[in-house]
Write a protein that binds this ligand. Structure first.
Ligand code: TRP
Length: 458
C-alpha cells in the first residue's frame, strides 16, 4: 500500500531545512580552522569557486533525482528503469555515511551543549586561559559525562524528527535555522567592533600565493562538498518532499549562496576574536572549545556572548543532525514499510550505541589499544572512513549517475519545469557531466593517498 507522501508546507520551510542541513559544524567549526591551516585568502576564493562549479551543480542534481522519484536515497536508484540495479549502492553508501556521521557528530554537539551551560555558569571565573583550555580536556576525557551529553543530543534529535516532515523537521528547522542566522549576525556585528577585524578581513580575503598549495584546492573542494551535505542522498531525500513546479535551480543557487555567506560570516566573526587576542589562526580542532572560551572570558558580558555562541553551535548541529537521522530513517520507511516512529527510534538508538566508542575514545574507556593498533582514535577512524572514502565516492557515483545514466528527458524536465533559470540547463549539464566527476575523482585519489597533487603539479 502506497501512502501519500508528506510534502513541505512552504518554500520557506524547505529552504530553512535544506540550509539548516548544509549549515552545520562543518561551516562553523571546520571552515575556520581549515581556512586557517591553508593560509586564508586564495583558499577562500577557491572554496567559493568550487561551490559554484561543482557543489551547486551536484546539489541541483540530487534535488532533481529526489523530486522525480519521490523516494529516499536508495529507492531513487532502484526505481529508475534505465540503469542497472547496481546503482542503489550509491544510496546505501549515503545511508552508511549519514549513520556514521551522526554517531560522532552528536559527540561533538554534546560537548557544545555542555559548553552552553558551562558558559552560563561562568565556569571560567578565576581561571587562567591555560586552565580554561584544560577544562575541555577534562570534559573530553570524562567518558561518562561525554556519553551523557551524547545521549541528550541524540534523544533531542530523535524527538525533532519523530513528528514527521511538517510538524517535525520543517517546524524545528524554521525556528532553529532562523534563530541561528540571527545569532550569527548579532555576533558578527559585535566582531566588527573588535580591533582585530581588519586583520581578519585581510587574512580571509587577501590571496597570498606563497602560502598556497594545489592540495589546498582539493581540500577546498572537499570542504565545499561536505558543507553542502552532498553525496549522501540528503538532498535526494529532501527533494522527494518537494512539489512539482518548485524551482529547483533557483533553490540550489539560493542555498549555495547562503552556505557560502554563512561560512564567510562565521569566519569574519571568529577570526577577529582570535586576532584581537593575539592567537594564531592555526589552532586546529580545539579552536572552538579551547581558544574561544578563553577569549570570551576576557570580554565584557562574557557569559552572554559565550553562551549565545554555543547556542548557535548547538542549533547548527541540530538542524544537520535532523537531516542525518531523516535520510537513514526515510529508507527504512520506504523500503521496509516501517512506521516513522519505529524507523526514527531505531536509527537514533543505534547511532547512540554506535557512537559510544567515539564518545569514549579520549578516555580510552573502550578499545583502549585502538589508537596503538590503528594509529588513529576510534573517533578519528570513523571520521576518516567517512570523509576519505565514503563521501567522495558517494558524490562521484551520484554525479556520474545523474550526468550519464539518468534519463535526459526526465532530468531536463526536472531542471527546467517551472524554473526561471531554465537557460542554465546546458552549462549546468556540462559541469555535472565533466567538471564534477573529474574534480571529485581527484579529491578521492588525493585523500586515499593514491596521488600527490603537489608533486604532480610541481
Ligand atoms: N553540511 C554539514 C556541515 O556543514 C555536515 C554534513 C555533511 C551533513 N553531510 C551531512 C549534515 C549530511 C547533515 C547531513 O556541518
Amino acid at each position: 500500500m502506497q501512502k501519500q507522501r508528506e510534502h513541505w508546507s512552504s518554500r520557506f520551510g524547505f529552504l530553512m531545512a535544506a540550509a539548516g542541513s548544509a549549515i552545520g559544524l562543518g561551516t562553523l567549526w571546520k571552515f575556520p580552522y581549515v581556512t586557517g591551516n591553508n593560509g586564508g585568502g586564495l583558499f577562500v576564493l577557491i572554496y567559493i569557486a568550487c561551490t559554484f562549479l561543482v557543489g551547486i551543480p551536484a546539489f541541483i542534481a540530487e534535488l532533481i533525482l529526489g523530486r522525480h522519484s519521490q523516494r529516499g536515497a536508495v529507492g531513487t536508484f532502484t526505481m529508475t528503469h534505465d540503469g542497472p540495479k547496481g546503482w542503489s549502492i550509491a544510496g546505501w553508501l549515503g545511508v552508511a555515511s549519514s549513520f556514521f556521521i551522526m554517531s560522532y557528530y552528536s559527540v561533538i554537539a554534546g560537548w557544545g551543549l555542555s559548553y552552553m551551560f558551562m558558559m552560563l555558569n561562568e565556569f571560567y571565573v578565576g581561571k587562567s586561559p591555560q586552565e580554561i583550555s584544560a577544562v575541555f580536556d577534562y570534559l573530553a576525557s570524562s567518558g561518562d559525562i561525554t556519553i551523557f551529553w551524547h545521549l541528550v543530543f541524540t534523544s533531542m534529535t530523535v524527538a525533532f524528527v519523530y513528528p514527521g516532515i511538517r510538524q517535525g523537521i520543517e517546524y524545528w528547522s524554521r525556528i532553529m535555522t532562523s534563530a541561528l542566522l540571527c545569532i550569527l549576525l548579532c555576533l558578527f556585528f559585535y566582531a566588527t567592533t573588535l580591533d582585530g577585524f581588519s586583520e581578519a578581513i585581510h587574512f580571509l580575503f587577501y590571496p597570498d600565493l606563497a602560502r598556497f598549495k594545489p592540495s589546498g584546492a582539493l581540500e577546498a573542494l572537499g570542504l565545499s562538498l561536505f558543507t553542502l551535505s552532498l553525496g549522501q542522498g540528503i538532498m535526494i531525500t529532501y527533494g522527494s518532499y518537494m512539489r512539482r513546479g518548485d524551482d529547483i535551480p533557483k533553490t540550489g543557487l539560493m542555498i549555495g549562496f547562503m552556505d557560502i555567506a554563512v561560512s564567510l560570516i562565521a569566519g569574519m566573526t571568529i577570526f577577529p576574536i582570535i586576532f584581537t587576542f593575539g592567537f594564531k589562526p592555526e589552532e586546529g580542532e580545539g579552536l572552538v572549545f579551547k581558544v574561544l572560551p578563553a577569549l570570551f572570558s576576557q570580554l565584557p558580558g562574557s557569559h552572554i556572548v559565550g553562551s549565545t555562541f554555543f547556542m548557535l553551535f548547538v542549533f547548527t548541529a541540530f538542524t544537520s543532525a535532523i537531516a542525518l537521522v531523516e535520510v537513514v530513517s526515510a529508507n527504512f520507511i520506504d523500503l521496509f514499510g516501517w512506521t516513522r516512529k519505529r524507523a526514527v527510534i531505531t536509527v537514533g538508538a543505534s547511532s547512540f550505541v554506535f557512537g559510544i566508542p567515539s564518545a569514549l575514545s579520549r578516555s580510552k574507556g573502550m578499545f583502549p589499544r585502538w589508537e596503538e593498533i590503528y594509529g588513529l582514535t576510534f573517533f578519528e577512524t570513523i571520521d576518516q572512513l567517512v570523509s576519505v572514502w565514503l563521501l567522495p565516492i558517494g558524490v562521484l557515483l551520484i554525479v556520474l549517475y545523474s550526468g550519464w545514466r539518468y534519463n535526459v528527458k526526465v532530468c531536463k524536465e526536472g531542471f527546467t519545469h517551472g524554473s526561471s533559470l531554465a537557460w542554465l540547463w546546458h552549462p549546468w549539464r556540462f559541469f555535472l557531466r565533466y567538471v564534477a566527476p573529474v574534480a571529485t575523482l581527484l579529491i578521492f585519489l588525493q585523500r586515499a593517498g593514491l596521488i600527490d597533487i603537489d608533486k604532480l603539479l610541481a
